[in-house]
Design a protein around this ligand. Sequence first.
Ligand SMILES: Nc1ncnc2c1ncn2[C@@H]1O[C@H](COP(=O)(O)OP(=O)(O)OP(=O)(O)O)[C@@H](O)[C@H]1O
Length: 579
Amino acid sequence: MLIRLLRAHLSPYKKPIGLLVLLQFLQTCASLYLPTLNADIIDNGVVEGDTGYILTFGALMLGVTVVQVVCNTGAVFYGARTSAALGRDVRAAVFDRVQSFSAREVGQFGAPSLITRTTNDVQQVQMLVLLAFTLMVSAPIMCVGGVVMALGLDVPLSGVLLAVLPVMAIVLTLIIRRMRPLFRSMQVKLDTVNRVLREQITGNRVIRAFVRDDFEKGRFGEANWDLTETSLATGRIMALMFPFVMTIVNVASIAVVWFGAHRINSGGMQIGDLTAFLAYLMQIVMSVMMATFMFMQVPRAEVCAERIQEVLATESSVVPPAPETSVRELLQRGHLEIRGADFGYPGAEEPVLRAVDLVARPGETTAIIGSTGSGKSTLLGLVPRLYDTTSGAVLVDGEDVREIDPELMARTVGLVPQKPYLFSGTVASNLRYGRPDATDEELWHALGVAQAREFVAALEGGLNAPITQGGTNVSGGQRQRLAIARTLVQRPEIYLFDDSFSALDYATDAALRRALGDETAESTVVIVAQRVSTIRDADRIVVLDEGRVVGSGRHHELMADNETYREIVLSQLTEAEAA
Ligand SMILES: Nc1ncnc2c1ncn2[C@@H]1O[C@H](COP(=O)(O)OP(=O)(O)OP(=O)(O)O)[C@@H](O)[C@H]1O
């Protein structure tokens, strides 16, 4: 998964990657050359007392160091730039995919997990790539080159490496194997912390109202501690690694000095070569340790890559039509027909809607009423394609909504959702969400119809008054009215109001519907409502029960012959009021 993700997203950066590989190669070669030069200066300059030799080779050493520093800086620069670009590209790809998701896929992953995948998971992959750019070239060259150089200096002394390298390899492999599952579970636990935290922030008011602070604190503490324990376990293993490597380095150094001293005494080796040998030993051990450090990050990045790929590989269940064949013009003015629509949520045993038929015409108001959970919101959601029907079809002006160009659909259908959502910004930026070029006059007019003019005028800044994320700085009723005004500004052919008047008092509800009547006289209006008074004057009332249409007609017709409707009405009004 990780390789697939990297191959797909690193291919545009072949040139900078090639360049940084070359720079890493040069800087590693320079690093490997330095101890040999140093040994030369000691053996041929210092021991022989040849100042000219020291100066010439000292200058050469300086030159090699400059090459090493310049190449290293360049490699780090390109590595950081390319890994940041990779992070940006993968985040954009995940975001694009999530944007194409219908409510079904968003529900399947869950919002917190999608956020973690787009941010933290991408960051983990990015970090591994940065490490790999720095170490993947230099560590193997440093290790193999170090061994070759050490052998070149003194073959018998290199026997020490024969003992050091296998011990390091075995212990480091054991450490990596222990770390893998820990990193895997750390990512899942991070997801849990995010989920719990998000739930507690959004549900803050409920927690306060039920005085469940301690319970929630405990729940968060548990998730937090779970994550901490895993992090500590990985930390403990990592902490073991450094003393282990340092012990090996020190023991090996003592061995090298011990045996080296004997080799010098017997005339088999020079003093400068011994210092160079020690430097190579250090380079070899360090390169192995750095490579291990990189490999430790691999399991975590692998898990993250899997999670990212899972999102990228998920196709939206609401597929936009092919641009060449999509319908770009509608001939009538908002004639809506739902024909034999079935719909079931993924994983649910029973369908929520069964063979639903409904017709809503321009100039008419169609109301949908039914008990809680009867499928009213789901039915409305089929029109702007929040979901697609499992069988049957939704037609606008005779065209299947699955074939209509999404932009045209957005202009034609305006939905005021049951839980209206406002974005952070201002009143005006929210109202212009569906039509950015609307004038201030048009905004005020829409606010007037939605019975929101007065309260917006009273806000400091009026149209420019700030709105917080989710619209939490206005009341539920005000939010509903702003959401209605937002849809009015959009001026669609078909208005869908999903229980949009429920947070309004009776007087405001009545005034709003009167004003709305004039505004939408030519349009198709579909209203879902719980309150009978909101819909009794509708041209057609559709009664929904357990996902089926059990009646359709005007108020007095349904009162006469529809038992479900009568029950709903009489639960709210007296016989006399209902007549
Ligand atoms: N995202 C979802 N996943 C699974 N089931 C769902 C989902 N949303 C709704 N349902 C189920 O679908 C059924 C219909 O829900 P829907 O929201 O359409 O009803 P409703 O008539 O609008 O209810 P209300 O009047 O309470 O708003 C319910 O039984 C509900 O449990």
